[in-house]
Design a binder for this molecule. Structure first.
Ligand code: HEC
Length: 253
């Protein structure tokens, strides 16, 4: 009896959950006559396959429109053989919709641009993606003292990382060498925040970082640093020659 009641309770609770789920609502999408329907038919499934985001195709208007008229909200996507440019224009309410944002991101990404350029009509390319936007180089300011950074790196990081390329016997297998990491686009961010991620979290305390450590939990010789030490390490790494990334990345060369 009790079991039955529990089952019933669970069932009704589940159905409440299911019913109260917000209805999945797909954005609607239409396109100007100038935009070839076959092209859209080619692009959309490729996007949906990747992201599971779908749009309801509508004849006109809709949340998103592929148009040949530029407006303040529109994003340029590709030009047609006729010379016209095709824009994606969201209406006001779709502007911050994650599905719309995901669609724009994808359309401007390498795979999205490739899908647009790959489409053929009578064997010919008809849509030409807009030039990729050059990302503005990240402005970084080096404020630390590189020689102190080097001392710190050798005394604290060399246990696990190869810090100096000439040093054959340092570094453990799963810790990337400093030179390899220096070649990552986001090396600056990584070296400015390494103490917040594993495995460092468990052994490195940075005074002034706002991250409190329970010393009892640090089982191996703890490393104590100051915020200025982080700047010094960053300044040291900044001076390292990045590995040539012409080849696939080797993590511990
Ligand atoms: C106990 C070994 C150990 C010590 C000591 C150590 N590291 Fe690491 N570090 C690692 C390992 C292992 C990884 C790779 C983690 C991963 O791939 O998830 C790593 C990753 C990193 C990364 C990349 C983090 C990211 O966001 O991908 C940076 C930067 C870094 N270490 C800097 C340092 C610096 C600077 C020191 C010295 C102050 C140091 N490490 C000390 C083991 C260590």
């Amino acid at each position: 009896m009790i079991r039955k009641t529990i089952k019933l309770l669970i069932a009704s609770w589940l159905s409440v959950l299911l019913v109260s789920q917000p209805e999945v609502h797909a954005l609607s999408l239409s396109h100007d006559r100038a935009v070839p329907a076959n092209l859209i038919q080619y692009i959309l499934p490729r996007f949906s396959l990747k992201t599971r985001i779908r749009f309801d195709r509508v004849e006109s208007a809709g949340d998103l429109r592929l148009v040949t008229q530029q407006s303040t909200r529109s994003v340029a996507l590709f030009s047609l053989a006729s010379g016209e440019t095709v824009y994606l224009e969201p209406n006001e309410s779709a502007l911050n919709d994650p599905d719309y944002l995901g669609f724009v991101d994808w359309l401007l990404s390498d795979p999205g641009r490739a899908a647009i350029a790959d489409f053929r009509e009578d064997g010919a390319q008809i849509a030409f993606p807009v030039a990729a936007i050059e990302e503005a180089p990240v402005q970084i300011t080096i404020v630390g003292d590189p020689s102190h950074g080097q001392e710190l790196s050798v005394s604290h990081c060399r246990r696990c990382h190869k810090v100096d390329r000439a040093d054959k016997y340092s570094g453990i297998g799963n810790a990337p060498s400093f030179h390899a990491m220096r070649s990552f686009d986001d090396w600056f961010l990584r070296f400015s925040t390494f103490y917040t991620v594993s495995p460092h979290k468990a052994l490195i305390s940075v005074n002034g970082s706002g991250i409190e450590k329970d010393r009892e939990l640090i089982t191996i010789a703890p490393i104590d640093l100051e915020m200025t030490d982080i700047n010094d390490i960053v300044a040291f790494v900044h001076k390292l020659t990045p590995l040539d990334l012409g080849q696939p990345i080797q993590f511990n060369p």
